[in-house]
Design a protein around this ligand. Structure first.
Ligand code: ADP
Ligand code: ZN
Length: 741
């Protein structure tokens, strides 16, 4: 490759003065200067820098030092315009060509480049392959080709884009133009792939450290997640937070739950209108809404300095994705938190989707990525070292002081005597139970056996006949689970995660412990205040919701009338496949069981069988509802419900509320239904039909023997009665039903 004539001209001062005068920065970030020198010397370069490392400058600044045009290939069409605007605002001649800009704009931009008026031209990867564009490029003086997000060229990466394969042709057409490939995420394999595909094996390689010293990494079990999240959000101190969820629906419901708890939070996902998304992003950037609850659609190009928390409510699909998302925290260098809520239920939901990938190689690849992510969640060693190791970087410090594992290790090891106890005997019992059940079961099952459970699965394997069955009845389930965790910590037990469901086995140290009858001290767990709820299976929950929706549509009732979210969540956690188990689910009474039980049981059974999941018919009994009536669903109200409630409490009729709020009558009634379910106190008299009509409707409800089905009631009344009136009367009946005696 011909040496660049500019090479001699750019002394250190020159580069620095351009940095200061044109970009307004005082000094280079690590590796920036070295990369620029390589590029200006006409060499190919591969630059790996973490998000926020300052990659763009590595080609933007050299572009200003050269006569011709720097071509930048970037996959993010939506962000190109922002990048160009930012450069133009600094007086830098830049423009872009892509499908979003329209032909007139594109023609003008190309003309400007052709006339030597541009330093930087951004282009989308699909365009570079077209013959017309290639001819256009040949007519330019190209100094440099910069390939942003270069990992997109590799199928081994987490974000493969077939369009990136066009770049090979680009490279072949311009063999003498140096190429710089930039990325924030690349494992050794992806790096090699980038270099091979772009035929740049002689490139200088620059790998900045991926360590983000100001970020603390933590993994929390996904239990009481909302409370845990709320506690984290209370600590923001004026900073902002991004909470990542797996599904669009979850972003919306979680944002609503947070809003109901007084946080300013907005959802963000690809299913929202462009306008809504832009609005949410802008409010976030302007600090008006400090919390964004988003799918991974959020974040590309978001360069907000004061993000103090990046929380993952659900398990990410890959370490690459996780690292990129957490990379958005603490870009101002101040201490910030990255918290992952981890559960095996999430692992299973992810696998459910992975299993549906048709291409064999792709499916294996996705499984592989996920298993590394799960390994991160399970790691008992430094999280930082784990992440850096993933990207091929060695972390030498014993203790990073900024991850949950290291922080726990550096706490005083002498334990408070009051909190420890001699656990020799119970440890022996637990280890024996693991051995007696053949080391083929997970903690839940072993705990069930220890507590003498008669669950179907226990009987099915005849574990109720083992001598260990019921030998630890005096321990609560949670205590035993905690003891299992501590035995794993002490490496007496281990989890085999190679199988689909993590099973327990006794380690060599565990066997030695049993044999030598050593004594063992464990930390007493504080018994939880309430029964620790099991985690629902996300996919089953979604299925049950759509079943509920179907039924609700058929019956013309709001979905929660069929079952509340809480009921569905419990079903998705315990997989009840027998009527009496279903009856123990919160909110399932004899009446609903009769109406809907079969369909829900069938759905649960099918799902459990398909996935080989044990149904836990030992559902903990719901607290008995007052006077045996169905319990109310006391979830938080969203903003919109709260507003309707305010107006109703001011004594407005439903027509007035509908008019004031610009809502349909049916929607307002829907709000009232939700409000009544929530247990809020609300005087309904002024919204009910006038007394004689109300009385007639109530009679009809009784005659039809219906709590909530409207059609049979309507049949018994003349046509002057509307469905709205019926719904309002039903509302009052429901309220009476919910009132404590
Ligand atoms: P990346 O693409 O690697 O995520 P960017 O190129 O978007 O990073 O740069 C991240 C942030 O760092 C931007 O706000 C940018 O203005 C800033 N930045 C880049 N170089 C420097 C520098 N030398 N000094 C200070 N800030 C810089
Ligand atoms: Zn650590």
């Amino acid at each position: 490759m011909a040496a660049n004539p500019n090479e001699q001209r750019e002394s250190s001062e020159d580069l620095l003065s351009v940095l200061r005068s044109r970009f307004g920065h005082d000094r280079f970030l690590p590796l920036q200067e070295e990369i620029m020198r390589s590029v200006l010397a006409g060499k190919d370069a591969l630059a790996l820098m973490p998000t926020g490392g300052g990659k763009s400058l590595c080609y933007q600044l050299p572009a200003l030092c050269q006569e011709g045009v720097t071509l930048v290939v970037s996959p993010l069409i939506a962000l190109m315009k922002d990048q160009v605007d930012a450069l133009q605002a600094r007086g830098i001649a830049a423009d872009c060509v892509n499908s979003m800009m329209g032909p007139a704009h594109n023609r003008r931009a190309q003309m400007a480049a052709y006339n030597g008026q541009l330093d930087i031209l951004y282009v989308a990867p699909e365009r570079v392959a077209t013959p017309q564009f290639r001819d256009f490029l040949h007519a330019l003086k190209l100094d440099l080709i910069a390939i942003d997000e270069a990992h997109c060229i590799s199928e081994w990466g987490h974000d493969f884009r077939p369009d990136y394969r066009n770049l090979q042709a680009l490279r072949d057409n311009f063999p003498n133009v140096p190429v710089i490939a930039l990325t924030a995420t690349a494992t050794e394999r992806v790096r090699a792939d980038i270099l091979a595909q772009l035929r740049m094996t002689g490139a200088d390689r620059f790998v900045a450290s991926f360590n983000r010293p100001n970020l603390t990494y933590r993994v929390r079990p996904k239990r009481r997640t909302l409370e845990a999240l709320v506690a984290l959000l209370r600590d923001l101190n004026g900073g902002s937070a991004i909470v990542y969820c797996f599904t669009r629906q979850n972003t919306e419901s979680l944002a609503a739950e947070l809003a109901a708890r007084g946080f300013k939070a907005l959802p963000y996902h690809a299913g929202l209108e462009d306008e809504e998304r832009r609005e949410a992003q802008e409010r976030f950037l302007r600090d008006e809404t400090p919390i964004i609850v988003a799918t991974i659609a959020f974040g590309m190009g978001v360069d907000k300095p004061n993000v103090r928390l990046v929380a993952h409510y659900d398990l990410p699909k890959s370490i690459e994705g996780y690292f990129q998302e957490t990379g958005r925290a603490g870009r101002d260098g101040k201490p910030s938190q990255c918290v992952l809520f981890f559960s095996y239920g999430d692992k299973m939901s992810q696998e459910y989707f992975i299993d549906r990938i048709e291409d064999d190689a792709e499916r294996a690849h996705a499984r592989d990525k996920l298993s590394r992510m799960v390994a991160y969640g399970e790691a008992r060693s430094c999280r930082r070292a784990f992440l850096l190791d993933y990207f091929g970087e060695e972390w030498r410090d014993e203790n990073c002081r900024a991850c949950d594992v290291c922080l726990a290790a550096s706490e005083q090891p002498e334990q408070d005597d009051a909190h420890t106890y001699d656990a020799t005997e119970i440890a022996q019992k637990v280890l024996s139970a693991v051995i007696r059940t053949g080391e083929r079961f997970g903690a839940n099952h072993v705990v069930d056996v220890l507590r003498g459970s008669q669950a179907r699965r226990v009987r099915q394997f005849r574990h109720d006949t083992l001598p260990v069955h019921g030998i630890a009845r005096e321990f609560a389930k949670e205590e035993l689970q905690d003891i299992v965790d501590q035995l794993i910590d002490k490496a007496l037990l281990a989890r085999d995660t190679a199988s689909e469901y993590p099973t327990l086995y006794v380690t060599a140290a565990g066997r030695a412990f049993l044999k030598k009858r050593e004594t063992l001290t464990l930390v007493a767990s504080t018994p939880p205040q309430e029964n620790e709820p099991r985690e629902p299976d996300g996919v089953l929950f979604a299925k049950l919701r759509s079943l509920r929706y179907e039924i609700a549509m058929d019956l013309n009732v709001p979905p929660y009338v069929v079952f509340s979210d809480e009921s569905l969540r419990q079903m998705a956690a315990y997989f009840p496949t027998e009527s009496d188990a279903l009856l123990r689910i919160k909110g399932v009474g004899a009446h609903k069981l009769e109406q809907f039980g079969d369909r829900f049981i069938a759905a649960i059974r099918a799902y459990a069988e398909e996935h080989g999941i044990e149904s836990c018919n030992a559902v903990p009994a719901a607290e008995p509802p007052p006077s045996g009536k169905a319990a109310a669903y006391r979830g938080p109200l969203s903003q919109t419900h709260a507003r309707t409630l305010d107006l109703a409490r001011q004594g407005l009729g439903i027509d007035e509320i509908a008019a004031r709020r610009g809502l349909a009558l049916g929607t307002v009634i829907g709000h009232l239904e939700r409000i009544v379910e929530s247990g809020e106190v609300l005087e309904l008299t002024h919204v009910l039909p006038p007394e004689p009509r109300y009385a007639r409707i109530v009679e009809a409800f009784h005659a039809a023997n219906s709590d909530y089905l409207l059609a049979p009631v309507k049949e018994r009344l003349d046509d002057s009665f509307t469905y709205e009136e019926l719904r309002l009367a039903r509302l009052r009946l429901r309220q009476i039903q919910l009132e404590p005696n």
